[in-house]
Design a protein around this ligand. Structure first.
Ligand SMILES: [Zn+2]
Ligand SMILES: [Zn+2]
Length: 263
């Protein structure tokens, strides 16, 4: 029996208002790429930064269209439905948290209300103490894990996107964040979108992945596609990095339940 599966759980569509391609176009492309388990993860509707995310009005279409496509293509691909949810406790909404999805990706794109991965606001880095930013980022990651609301940590070290890396050891707080991730049964995605950004490497770093492995944290794979062409981008690279960190299995989720696959 072949236990190998190509898994890709983090993909956006035009419903997010800053990505291109319909859900069906994504499915067709994913089939062409040879993906076995493909998940949608549009940005959660939220009353914050609403220009760059799915609207509450589009949510029912998103869920209905997923059901239609899942049925239509069930012999060709195993489709899953999730959301990428911003961890901003003050904006978390029961209408989203109560949804019966396969999985929820918890992501941090904001420190206070600074969208630190948006090139438009890159000037803010010069005004801040970078080590303080990294500390806040990992404290928030730890809180996100402790909330117990999510299955997957989105792009675990995204703050490096423009190459503003910490200049001092973040070991203790990073370690605490990883322990919280393990204790909440979350998994860490290896996200290839960093290769498309200034940092030119996957999220998270090999060093963090090795720490994940030593703590018994599972991994999954993500394109974080915002265009059809992004699907499977640098896939071989991220699989090799996973192997280098000591992994030979990845996971995916079905209604919140973890499933294992070889890669
Ligand atoms: Zn994200
Ligand atoms: Zn994303």
């Amino acid at each position: 029996m072949n236990l190998k599966k190509k898994v890709d759980l983090h993909n956006h569509t035009s419903l997010c208002n800053h990505a291109n391609g319909t859900m069906e176009e994504y499915v067709l492309r994913a089939i062409k790429c040879g993906i076995d388990v493909f998940g949608f993860s549009c940005h959660n509707p939220m009353d914050f930064d609403s220009k760059y995310r799915m609207s509450f009005e589009a949510l029912s279409f998103y869920l209905d269209e997923y059901e239609r496509l899942r049925e239509k293509y069930k012999d060709k691909i195993d489709l899953k439905i999730g959301l990428e949810i911003d961890y901003m406790p003050e904006f978390l909404d029961d209408r989203i948290l109560k949804l019966d999805l396969d999985y929820k990706i918890g992501s941090i794109h904001f420190l206070d209300d600074w969208g630190f991965d948006n090139p438009q606001f890159i000037g803010e880095y010069a005004k801040r103490d970078i080590n303080d930013c990294w500390n806040k980022y990992y404290v928030k990651t730890k809180e996100m894990a402790q909330s117990g609301l999510f299955n997957i940590v989105g792009h675990m070290d995204l703050l490096k996107v423009f190459n503003y890396k910490p200049t001092c050891d973040t070991g203790d707080i990073l370690d605490e964040a990883l322990e919280a991730i393990r204790d909440s049964n979350m998994v860490v995605e290896i996200n290839s979108s960093g290769f498309r950004k200034s940092v030119k490497e996957q999220y998270p770093s090999l060093e963090i992945l090795k720490m994940c492995k030593s703590k018994g944290i599972q991994i999954t794979f993500s394109s974080d596609a915002h265009e059809l062409e992004h699907i499977f981008y640098k896939r071989d690279d991220i699989e090799n990095i996973a192997r280098e960190a000591g992994y030979n299995k990845c996971v995916f989720f079905e209604k919140g339940k973890m499933k294992f696959a070889e890669f």
